[in-house]
Design a protein around this ligand. Structure first.
Ligand SMILES: Nc1ncnc2c1ncn2[C@@H]1O[C@H](COP(=O)(O)OP(=O)(O)OP(=O)(O)O)[C@@H](O)[C@H]1O
Ligand SMILES: [Mg+2]
Length: 456
């Protein structure tokens, strides 16, 4: 029930109004002046104030202004014995919900009270909605518990707890950026910024300015000071994507800042020191790049304190059905599903574009078919027959996969892995879900399905 504060210096009015409100089932508090009233408001829990205008110490209109500033969610009804239009207008301008004259009509008082409470409820709801809209979306899940994926996830978790630089490698679309965000989110820096820079996308002449920023007038187009990515990532994480695409000149500059964690903005004298954790990624074979002289070896060692290689989908076909299921049930869209044969057919295809390609394919299935669940024939019709790269290079499932069947292969490592993580987290499911990067509801379902039990 709503709580209403009555601020009035006349004891008779206070107790009469309190009685009326309590008879209606409201909680009522009283204060003999605005100073005491504001004190009570500061303790919270009050939904509405009935405020007398003529008060000792602090006048009602001043109090109204204060309440508006300090407690914008609280509605106020102003009450006055010497009501005039001017006063009413002033009160309304200051945010009063209503203006009532003494002598009070019980009817009028209760109607206004009900309306004011309803309006303030709406206002609070609105505040909440706005906050919800502003809140960042929940982090994307890291789907897949095949053995190679578990290894990558475990390494990422170990790395996240430290300040060590991580170099993530893997083919196109294997989830390198997703893993970088995962590491940041699990790290003590998760409250700081995560800044991503695609090194392949910056024109050579702008690399330095992107990394370190520039002062006003440093070059022709520098109309204002601009901070670089290193400064933007201060106290957080800087993700250097496609790092092997940097020119040798840019590599030298990057190496210097990684060694010293300080630099000058272009055209500036001031030395800027930053506290940044660097993660990097590339789809190139960095060792080969180093061997051929296209990537500095010293930079490689600086970046790859902990190297993590993300497996391609070909190495973990057992994760494919679950990835498909995830992409067919994206938040805000209609949930779709695959028949078991369709899931098997998808796991047996080759996916040179890896998870990204798979995700796009699922979007196509969703849009171009209405069948539910989607059948294998439909998959073939929409995605086309499996293209074979070269004669004899048939898409094939690894032998363990064929021997076990799709479902068993999927569960082979999943059960052990999840059981271990649950144990590490004292069987707290929410904490485990948070740790491994999945939603708690999904983890609950898995525990049930896999029959994982708490070890005594
Ligand atoms: N394990 C995973 N679970 C869920 N979604 C994934 C997973 N791996 C990748 N994805 C999704 O696949 C898409 C590609 O991932 P991401 O951009 O991280 O890959 P990448 O390795 O950086 O690709 P590229 O080499 O093309 O830059 C994204 O939409 C990402 O959310
Ligand atoms: Mg990427």
């Amino acid at each position: 029930m709503a709580t209403i504060l009555i601020i009035d210096d006349e004891p008779g009015i206070r107790s009469a109004v309190r009685g009326i409100l309590e008879d209606e089932g409201y909680n009522a508090l009283v204060a003999e002046d605005a100073v005491i009233g504001l004190e009570l408001l500061g303790r919270g829990g009050i939904d509405l104030v009935l405020l007398d205008v003529w008060l000792p110490r602090m006048g009602g209109l001043d109090a109204l202004e204060e309440i508006g500033k300090a407690h914008p969610g609280v509605a106020v009804i102003v009450i006055s014995g010497h009501g005039n239009v001017e006063m009413a207008v002033k009160a309304t301008k200051l945010g009063a919900y209503d203006f009532i004259e003494k002598p009070l009509s019980i009817e009028r008082l209760l109607t206004s009270t009900r309306n004011a409470l309803e309006a303030s409820e709406l206002r609070k709801e609105n505040h909440k909605l706005k906050r919800l809209v502003k809140a960042p979306p929940p982090a994307e899940e890291l789907v897949g518990f095949s053995r190679p994926m578990n290894e990558a996830r475990n390494l990422a978790l170990q790395a996240a707890a430290t300040e060590a630089r991580v170099l993530i490698t893997g083919e196109n679309g294997t989830g390198k950026e997703l893993l970088a965000r995962f590491i940041h989110e699990k790290s003590p820096r998760s409250n700081g910024p995560f800044i991503a820079l695609n090194c392949a996308a910056i024109p050579e002449g702008l690399v330095e300015s992107e990394l370190f920023g520039h002062e006003k007038g440093a070059f022709t187009d520098a109309h204002a000071r601009r901070i670089g990515r290193f400064e933007a990532a201060d106290r957080g994480t800087l993700f250097l994507d496609e790092v092997a695409d940097l020119s040798l000149a840019a590599q030298a500059k990057l190496l210097r800042v990684l060694q010293e964690m300080r630099f000058e903005r272009i055209g500036g004298m001031e030395t800027v020191a930053v506290d940044v954790r660097v993660l990097a990624a590339t789809n190139k074979d960095v060792r080969a790049e180093v061997a051929s002289g296209r990537f500095r070896e010293d930079l490689y060692f600086r970046l790859a304190v902990i190297p993590i290689r993300l497996p391609s989908l070909a190495e973990r076909p057992e994760d494919i059905p679950e990835l498909c299921a995830r992409f067919l049930s994206e938040p805000g869209k209609e949930i779709r599903s695959l028949s078991p044969e369709a899931a098997l057919a998808l796991a047996a295809r080759s996916w040179p574009g890896n998870v990204r390609e798979l995700r796009n394919a699922m979007e196509r299935l969703r849009v171009l078919s209405s069948e539910e669940p989607i059948q294998a024939a439909t998959v073939e019709r929409i995605l086309g027959p499996q293209v074979q790269v070269a004669a004899g290079d048939k898409p094939k499932l690894p032998s363990r996969f064929l021997a076990l069947g799709l479902q068993d292969a999927k569960e082979l490592f999943e059960r052990d892995y999840l059981a271990q993580k649950l144990k590490d987290c004292d069987y707290n499911v929410s904490r485990t879900a948070e740790l491994i990067g999945v939603y708690p509801s999904g983890l609950h379902a898995k525990i049930k399905k896999l029959g994982i039990e708490q070890e005594k």
